[in-house]
Write a protein that binds this ligand. Structure first.
Ligand code: FAD
Length: 385
């Protein structure tokens, strides 16, 4: 087994680390406290090719492999979880399902503007009454001539306030057993306008707007159906299975950033005439933090390896990606919390940033499938195996 990254993967990771050091770190606290979408930094990520990392060169992207994308995602999460959310929405939640399910004409139409960052993407699945269970969806799409007419409300959509290219799920019928048939639609806001509702006031991740979207007789051209009518559930599941590696990598970034700060602080801070890391209570905490972080890395890289070996729909990959997301998100919660503790009172202050990482980590056990849903997925696949 080879644990080395390729030259190209290392190059992308270094480019992300340089971008963070020079452009993001100097403004990171202001960014989170300002609660505004970072348009300029997003544009800079686009100039570096990050917005189209997973998109092949023929459609204007960089054509990096999936691991290179994850390495960039993890580096950016160390400096700004909000920017990493934008990167994840663009690459993992919008570009990848287009690459996996779109027709050639759709790829040519949608991917270049996503790759250049000219259009920001959003993934609109969740609704007020349908989170873990998309089958409870109320949004409908009714075919009228050459258009689908969408009606309904989506909730908690990352970048919904700024996105112009969206994938929106709606109910398009019912199966014989009464269960809903879902379909996915490519929605260009310029062609199919919709309303942006409440922009949520959140616990953290403030520079990534989380938004309600309202579709009222929103007309979407018939050719914008993504995959076959009724295949929406499959599009969502396959996208979220892969997305779990992306969220897990954000958790690695958050935990590493918190660990490094805690390590530095514990090596400098003195109480009772010695460095605090020399107290076993603190030294052992640091040991547990780095052990858990490396264990999570192993799960994520293993999941990516399974994806490369056996493909997106293989149960070994699906179970391992869920394990990676479950463990990495719960690890990030523990590690960022320990980092606050190691900093003592300083850890509660924004200046030291570990409280920001702790608040961000709290989100990670919820998005793209809660920890309970990951456990459900893992146990189902394991019992079938
Ligand atoms: C900041 C933020 C950004 C987001 N971005 C997006 C986005 O871009 N696009 C998008 O579509 N959605 C997005 N979401 C929505 C997110 O994916 C959902 O919040 C998540 O899937 C959980 O759904 P819910 O909030 O409706 O909780 P619910 O599904 O109502 O769950 C409530 C609780 O019940 C538990 N539960 C539910 N079902 C089961 C079960 N079968 N077994 C055991 N326990 C269960 C859950 O684990 C949870 O603890 C975002 C959410 C947040 C907070």
């Amino acid at each position: 087994m080879d644990f080395a990254f390729t030259e190209e993967q290392q190059m992308f990771r270094q480019a992300a680390a340089d971008f963070c050091k020079n452009e993001v770190e100097p403004v990171a606290i202001k960014l989170e406290n300002g609660k505004e979408f970072p348009t300029e930094l997003t544009q800079k990520m686009a100039e570096l090719g990050f917005m189209g990392l997973v998109i092949p060169e023929q459609y204007g992207g960089v054509g990096a492999d999936y691991l290179a994308y994850l390495l960039v995602e993890g580096e950016i999460a160390k400096s700004s979880i909000s920017l990493s959310m934008t990167l994840g929405a663009q690459n993992s939640l919008v570009a990848l399902p287009i690459m996996n399910f779109a027709t050639e004409a759709q790829k040519q139409q949608w991917l270049p503007s996503l790759a250049s960052g000219a259009k920001l993407g959003s993934f609109a699945l969740t609704e007020p009454g349908a989170g873990s269970d998309p089958a409870g969806m109320r949004t409908t799409a009714v075919k009228k001539g050459d258009t689908w007419v969408l009606n309904g409300t989506k909730l908690y959509i990352t970048n919904g306030a700024v996105a112009e290219y969206l994938i929106v799920w709606a109910k398009t019928g019912e199966k014989s057993d009464g269960k809903p048939l879902l379909s996915a639609f490519l929605v260009d806001k310029a062609v199919s306008p919709f309303k942006v509702g409440t922009v949520e006031d959140k616990m953290g991740v403030h520079a990534s707007p989380t938004t309600e979207l309202i579709f009222e007789d929103c007309e979407v051209p018939a050719e914008n159906l993504l995959a076959k009518e009724g295949d929406g559930f499959k599009v969502a599941l396959i996208t979220l299975n892969t997305g779990r590696c992306s969220v897990a990598t954000q958790c690695l970034g958050l935990a590493e950033a918190a660990y490094l700060r805690a390590k530095r602080f514990a090596g400098e801070r003195e109480q009772f005439g010695q460095k605090i890391w020399e107290f076993q209570g603190i030294g052992f905490k640091l040991a547990d933090m780095i052990t858990e972080l490396n264990a999570a890395k192993g799960l994520v890289w293993h999941a990516v390896w399974l994806k490369e070996q056996y493909g997106l729909s293989d149960p070994r990959f699906i179970s391992m990606a869920a394990q990676a997301k479950l463990y990495a998100s719960e690890m990030a919660e523990r590690v960022t919390s320990a980092a606050v503790q190691i900093h003592g009172g300083y850890g509660y202050m924004k200046e030291y940033r570990v409280e920001e990482f702790f608040r961000a980590a709290r989100l990670m056990t919820i998005i793209e499938g809660t920890s309970e849903i990951q456990r459900l997925t893992i146990s189902r696949w394991e019992m079938k195996a």
